[in-house]
Design a protein around this ligand. Sequence first.
Ligand SMILES: NC(=O)c1ccc[n+]([C@@H]2O[C@H](COP(=O)([O-])OP(=O)(O)OC[C@H]3O[C@@H](n4cnc5c(N)ncnc54)[C@H](OP(=O)(O)O)[C@@H]3O)[C@@H](O)[C@H]2O)c1
Length: 399
Amino acid sequence: MRVSLLGSTGSIGRNTLQVLREMERPVAVAALAAGRNVAEMARQAREFRPDIVSVADEAARADLAAALSGIDGYRPRIVCGPAGNLAAVRVDYDVLVSAAVGVAGLEATFEAVRLGKRVALANKEALVVAGELMMAEAARSGAEILPVDSEHNAAHQCLRAGRRGEVERLILTASGGPFRNTPASELACVTPAQALDHPTWKMGNRITVDSATLMNKGFEVIEACHLFGFSPDEVDVVVHPQSVIHALVEYRDGSVIAQMCPPDMKLPIRYALSYPDREFGPRQRIDWDSVRKLDFEPPDRRKFPLLELAYESLRRGGASGCLLNAADEVAVEAFLRGRIPFPAIAEIVAETLSNGASQEPQRVSDLLAIDREARVFAAGLAARRGAAQRPGPSRRRFA
Ligand SMILES: NC(=O)c1ccc[n+]([C@@H]2O[C@H](COP(=O)([O-])OP(=O)(O)OC[C@H]3O[C@@H](n4cnc5c(N)ncnc54)[C@H](OP(=O)(O)O)[C@@H]3O)[C@@H](O)[C@H]2O)c1
């Protein structure tokens, strides 16, 4: 099996490479693409010897070329930027693992879909931003999109128990994040370090903060609607702090099929890479002696308004998912840099969504243009919120 991997230096990327090391069938890496972590990319390239390696820009490309020079008999094509990501999906491979973070992975993932490839999709933003275009293109080209996101991967497994017409609803579980029990009145004081301290999953920074705001769960609702053809009313969210059950599918006869496994992304990655077979991998089991109870509670939609906003963006359609993602990416970055308080993330996303005109994007380039505009707008909001927060003569309180 030949694999191309976007986002190889990240949390999903490294887990993917670990899964490849452990696979029973022979594997080869056709291409690796990532951003600015040249040292990690050089280590990966030395080990897996892909034909193509791509990094974020020209400076990183030069550093990578220097790091890879002098390796006997290994002369990869070293490329960079959006063109580099595209080169990585145009080589010969069986599966693309799309695991770059944010909108950076969109164009190349869409290209793989256009080429009719099998895509193991972790980059949920690709579906949040361009779900309608992506699924229409997959239907045209015959591309197969297999979810890596643990909830959707779980849903994919649960849906194999019956026919689509027999399904009443899909329920996605959420850990509730680090602020599940924090009073709403204290959220203005939480720090980036607290937001990055996820109770059950170890992930990249953006998705970890998105888990704390429940934006991530909102993105997953959008992703589920596109992937499986559900309407927003057919997808529910339940908080399940133990993260043992990842999704539940309720059938029309009242039966509920749940998927459970330890919270480790290597399992869904292995499933997506080996489907329709199941490669077993190293032994990983739920420790039933330590799981004494499974709790469920409804999400607090007032405390975490971004979940509801995701439903609203689904109902609006068009470019709403694009606005949601762009504003969230900018706001999360501003929060992580200590420029805005935690509740301002939701305020910035809400304002960017309501400001966006009702546009009907026809192609990915339209979405990328809307994305750029939305980022400028959201960055302006973040700068104003940041200025309002700083002590000084013009100090204002947050609403
Ligand atoms: N982590 C999880 O458990 C998990 C679970 C479900 C879904 N996901 C989704 O999977 C995706 C990746 O998440 P993550 O947690 O692995 O994020 P991460 O650890 O932050 O890694 C992000 C990856 O994207 C790369 N990247 C950044 N800019 C790029 C560009 N312009 N072109 C190509 N690659 C670029 C980064 O490269 P550098 O580091 O070299 O800059 C890195 O390899 C996200 O969409 C996330 O929502 C993650």
